[in-house]
Design a protein around this ligand. Structure first.
Ligand SMILES: Cc1ncc(COP(=O)(O)O)c(C=O)c1O
Length: 377
């Protein structure tokens, strides 16, 4: 992400929004935070947006407001950033990893259904779907499964805010959606920040209390034990300035994804979306084409050599979530459903540069380097 190009573009707006906070001396909550929450709720098509200190805290707050805790199980993918599963462990519940769809990198509805039909523990309370790399998960199917098994559906949209699923905006697709404003996210601030999106105003009221030590709205009582997780007003000011160009940035990302598709579609397995679905293109992640018989470790070796070649050509390609979380010491003991597709994707996928300020010559350079790396293999 080229944050300095973005800063140069809106420097005056950022400075003037921040100046407003400095002269008001309202550094926590206050008018900027309220204005931001109102704009974000409108964008997401929900009744309420509640900001907080990070996407990681937003996940914890989401599970807490759903009264999930010790003894409960929560299902999620292993091909994600650690914060998704960390939140489940932080509230004392037990995570279970479910396999992904290798084409979308998101939870596989069939594998989810399969686990739920076989899990006789009666402890599963929620599913966290992750919109990996910016592409919304299949909320139509996941929502129907969650309803059938009487589960809460939480959307981890840390990477996908700004995307759409069949014409419906990210934020409105699950019981609770969370996002992150970490600087490199599609809608990032200049520090840590996060938010939750809910349809139900009473949930929002409780989230506002939980993020502020469980204090009642009249500030007279602690109704429950909460957290210190507020978004500071300077970060809200940055986000208000950033929102003025967010739609344009999303369109630029979309154009860059189309250019990559044109240049790389014949060389790599490139991402595709169904009509009416829009990715926020947090990352442009591709896979090496390969023989299904190839061993995962051979594929990973081939992928690593490919990525090293790109980097030598000045293309900062990267492998995210490889290996996936169930292969890390901290999460090796987490229950899972086998995860063969997760392992496959973790071995073969890598991400190419993606941000709104890439120019045509950058894309050409990437396509050229990919083509050369392909020949040298
Ligand atoms: C999928 C996912 N979930 C949760 C988070 C946590 O967000 P934050 O860094 O704001 O705590 C991230 C951030 O990288 C993420 O990518």
């Amino acid at each position: 992400m080229d944050l300095s190009a973005q800063y140069r573009r809106i420097e005056h707006r950022i400075r003037s929004e921040m100046e407003g906070v400095l002269s008001s001396a309202a550094f926590i909550n206050g008018p900027k935070v309220e204005a931001l929450e109102a704009q974000l709720a409108e964008r997401a098509g929900v009744a309420q947006c509640v900001s907080c200190a990070s996407g990681s805290d937003a996940l914890v707050l989401a599970l807490r407001v759903l009264n999930i805790g010790a003894g409960d199980r929560v299902l999620c993918p292993a091909h994600t950033f650690a914060a998704t599963v960390e939140a489940i462990v932080r509230i004392g519940a037990e995570p279970v990893f479910i396999d992904i769809d290798p084409r979308t990198f998101n939870l596989d509805a069939e594998r989810l259904e399969h686990w739920l039909a076989a899990d006789t523990s009666a402890r599963v309370r929620a599913v966290i779907a992750v919109d990996l790399f910016g592409r919304p998960a299949d909320y139509d199917r996941l929502g129907a499964i969650a309803a059938r098994f009487d589960l809460h559906l939480v959307a981890d949209a840390a990477q996908s805010f700004g995307g759409d699923h069949h014409g419906r905006p990210v934020g409105s697709l699950a019981d609770i959606t969370i996002t992150s404003f970490y600087p490199s996210k599609p809608l990032g601030c200049y520090g840590d920040g996060g938010a939750l999106f809910v349809h139900d105003t009473s949930l929002a009221d409780r989230l506002r209390s939980l993020r502020n030590h469980g204090i009642s709205s009249d500030h007279t009582r602690h109704d429950e034990i909460g957290m210190c997780s507020r978004l500071d007003a300077l970060q809200a000011a940055v986000l208000l300035a950033r929102l003025t160009i967010f739609d344009d940035e999303l369109e630029r990302r979309e154009r860059i994804a189309c250019a990559y598709q044109k240049g790389l579609g014949a060389l790599l397995v490139t991402p595709t979306l169904s009509t009416g679905c829009r990715s926020a293109w947090a990352q442009y992640t591709v896979c090496l084409p390969g023989d299904t018989e190839e061993d995962n470790s051979d594929l990973a070796t081939r992928r690593d050599a490919f990525v090293a070649h790109l980097r030598e050509q000045g293309v900062p390609a990267r492998c995210y979530y490889s290996p996936a979380l169930h292969r890390h010491p901290a999460y090796r003991s987490v229950l899972h459903d086998g995860l063969p597709r997760t392992d496959r994707v973790a071995a073969g996928a890598f991400s190419l540069p993606m941000h709104p300020y890439l120019e045509a010559h950058h894309i050409e350079q990437v396509c050229q380097a990919v083509s050369e790396a392909g020949h040298d293999r």
